[in-house]
Design a protein around this ligand. Structure first.
Ligand SMILES: *Cc1c(COP(=O)(O)O)cnc(C)c1O
Length: 447
């Protein structure tokens, strides 16, 4: 009556060594019965199948129930140095945005109610005027993400017609979002012009015919072409579109509202003559996940009236966070993303040195090493900037990095050249003490 031993488990467990489920449950009267039963059965089944029996069954059961009750989606500390890390949720929100989300989430709101008249209102009344002021565009519409914004923009303006795109801009954004396929999915036809590395304004002009709805410019957010390369400027693209009587649309991706963040500011693209520009809310803007389209009022109105808009529109929590973020930008209050990206290499080195000193004070030797940083999230591709990392001296970087992820506050670190590297750029100042505790716990358990 032995279970079939699995590789790696030399000692089969005799069934008489297994506790009865009933007895286990009676030892934990404080736990919800259904949850405890589920976990007790799973625990016994695993040991029967060859897993190491726990020293203390009751404690093991309590630990399992606690682990199962923990939310899947958890706060983590981003010590990768990548400020806009899509796998880690992209942009942390600023205080004003967090307060707005909490307040609006807890109760009712005037999401679609005009408080002055008591009549039905518009869900974008809060964000649209701010977007107009910050981009110089006539109007704005907001949907779930920039991918949705591209979908809405192309469907509403080019369905059944042709879209001219340079062969150098037939981009894959990631997650199988490829411009040629998106154009097809929108019911439009792609007219590719130019070559992979070189496209001129006259190629765009030659691609236009009676069926053309628009010239689409796609910003190469996640790759860089070097060498013998040329793409038409925005001003030239606008001139060709105007001359031919077609629209100039731009998928800008991580458009910044401010200058100097390594990507074109939305305002510049609008000023260059784009009819519609779309960009993400949670890249350089530093807000919640959202896709924003700004541009000419008549076109934006067409997007808002399109049936797809109803399917892609944002909920009140996103709009609350976005409005608060835009107010911060307008008031000159840096978003967390902006503050992280603007920290100079020297400020970063000083901060890293001081964190290394805090580690040393609790007995963990750490070096501050020069490294290369990236902003991530489809912005400033290939442009690594000089940065600094804190590297605790540990026997096994992989072991400690695994323990850091498994901790109460999971920490996501980097390993390079067999060294554990903590980059503080994307660690919020108020997270530093928790990071210290987490490193201490991960190193103390041997590593
Ligand atoms: C990031 C990006 C997108 C997709 O944005 P999401 O907000 O992630 O949907 C689309 N186009 C470009 C050019 C991008 O950089």
């Amino acid at each position: 009556m032995y279970p079939v031993p699995r590789a790696g488990y030399a000692v089969p467990v005799e069934l008489r060594d297994l506790p009865s489920i009933d007895r286990l449950l009676r030892s934990v009267p404080e736990l919800p019965r259904e949850l405890a039963l589920l976990q007790a059965r799973a625990l016994v089944a695993e040991v029967r199948a060859g897993a190491e029996p726990p020293e203390d069954w009751v404690e093991a059961l309590r630990a399992r129930v606690a682990a199962a009750a923990r939310p899947h989606l958890r706060r983590v500390i981003n010590a990768t140095g990548i400020v806009l890390h899509t796998n880690l949720g992209r942009a942390p929100l600023g205080r004003r945005a967090v307060r707005a989300v909490t307040d609006i989430a807890e109760g009712y709101s005037n999401l679609e109610l005009d408080l002055a008249t008591g009549e039905r209102g518009e869900r974008l009344s809060g964000v649209a005027p701010l977007l107009r002021a910050l981009t110089g565009a006539e109007d704005a519409v907001v949907v779930n993400n920039c991918a949705a914004a591209v979908l809405l923009m192309l469907t509403a303006t080019a369905q059944g017609r042709e879209v001219v795109v340079s062969r150098g801009e037939l981009v894959e954004i990631g997650g199988a979002f490829r411009i040629p396929e998106v154009i097809t999915a929108c019911g439009a036809r792609l007219r590719e012009v130019g070559a992979t590395n070189r496209t001129r304004a006259k190629d765009l002009a030659a691609g236009v015919n009676v069926d053309t709805a628009a010239i689409l410019r796609v910003h190469p957010s996640n790759f860089k072409q070097v060498g013998f390369v040329e793409q038409p400027s925005r001003a030239d693209t606008a001139a060709v579109a105007r001359e031919a009587g077609v629209l100039y649309l731009e998928d800008l991706g991580s458009g910044a509202l401010l200058e100097g963040l390594g990507e074109p500011a939305v305002r510049e693209v609008v000023a260059a003559g784009a009819d519609l520009v779309c960009f993400s809310g949670d890249k350089l803007l530093g807000g919640p996940q959202a896709g924003i389209v700004v541009g000419r009022a008549t076109l934006v109105a067409r997007l808002r009236r399109h049936p797809l808009y109803r399917a892609l529109r944002c909920d009140r929590l996103v709009l609350a966070a976005l409005e608060a973020t835009l107010r911060d930008v307008q008031a000159g209050v840096a978003t967390p993303v902006e503050a992280m990206l603007r920290a100079s290499a020297e400020q970063h080195r000083v901060r890293s040195e001081s964190f290394a000193a805090r580690l040393a004070a609790v007995g963990i030797a750490a070096d501050v090493l020069p490294d290369e940083g990236f902003s991530g999230g489809g912005s400033a591709p290939g442009e690594g900037f000089p940065t600094w990392v804190v590297s605790p001296r540990v026997a096994s970087a992989t072991t400690v990095s695994r323990r850091l992820r498994a901790g109460d506050t999971p920490v996501i670190a980097r390993i390079r050249d067999d060294r554990l590297r903590l980059d503080l750029r994307a660690v919020l100042p108020e997270e530093e003490s928790r990071l210290l505790d987490a490193v201490r716990a991960a190193v103390a358990s041997g590593g």
